[in-house]
Design a protein around this ligand. Structure first.
Ligand code: PLP
Length: 234
């Protein structure tokens, strides 16, 4: 017996409730299932339960799953988001296999992804990762740098700038979480004024998705609350 379908249902209930509380339309928030450290069978189970978008942190692990999935689940298209740091020597793998990269924080990486995106594939959908609280997640640009990098990335031919991603440090309570997420939302709003294609504000995880939705998240990224505890802390 599996718990993934019931976990997914529970997350959708939490999302629905959070949207109700915030006066938002539930269809304005997308669930990204973070499948890092879980095997392709877990992805298949979630996909059979209706989940379509999956997030991976580690490039090689993600690519292995992406290549394995069509055999396990023929004829079912799922969408893959790279949400972990991308080293320069991994950009080709990412450009050839992922649909989205949410963790853009250097122009050089974005330029390589654009140059290496195969012509046969649609443009890579990307978000700028912003580090709003200077937390231990050392990835991400500062809020001051975000718009400059976004402008440069928006000019690259094989990328489409979709928005902002943030991984704030855990905050003690709802109000504290919401305050940090509101700071990310402010950057998102500035970016949207600059580029009308921008529509994605990716923030909120298993523990704080309610605060993220209250602050305006359009995509939440949930791992453990769908797939269970990860074997190692990552
Ligand atoms: C692991 C991870 C998540 C999911 O975290 P959970 O605590 O498992 O819900 C979301 N976003 C990023 C960038 C991650 O690395």
């Amino acid at each position: 017996m599996t718990t993934i379908p019931s976990n997914l249902q529970h997350i959708h209930e939490r999302m629905q409730q959070a949207c109700d509380n915030a006066g938002r339309d539930p269809s304005s928030v997308t669930l990204l299932a973070v499948s890092k450290t879980f095997d392709a069978e877990a992805v298949v189970e979630a996909a059979r339960a209706g989940q379509t978008a999956f997030g991976e942190n580690y490039v090689q692990e993600g690519v292995d799953k992406i290549l394995e999935l069509p055999r396990l689940l023929p004829g079912r298209a799922v969408q893959w988001h790279c949400i972990g740091p991308v080293q320069a020597n991994k950009t080709r793998q990412v450009a050839e296999h992922f649909d989205w990269v949410q963790s853009i924080d250097r122009l050089k990486i974005a330029q390589r992804l654009s140059a290496q995106r195969p012509e046969a594939l649609p443009p890579l959908q990307v978000c700028i990762q912003v580090n709003v609280d200077g937390g231990v997640s050392k990835s991400g640009v500062t809020p001051d740098e975000a718009l400059t990098l976004a402008r440069q990335v928006a000019g690259l031919p094989r990328l489409v700038l979709r928005g902002i991603m943030a991984i704030p440090e855990p905050a003690p309570d709802f109000e504290a979480q919401k305050a940090v997420f509101a700071a990310v939302k402010a950057i998102f709003d500035q970016l949207r004024e600059m580029d009308s294609r921008v529509d994605t504000l990716s923030m909120g995880m298993s523990e704080d998705l309610e605060a993220a939705i209250a602050a305006g998240a359009t995509m939440i990224r949930v791992g453990r609350a769908i797939f269970g505890q990860r074997p190692m802390k990552t």
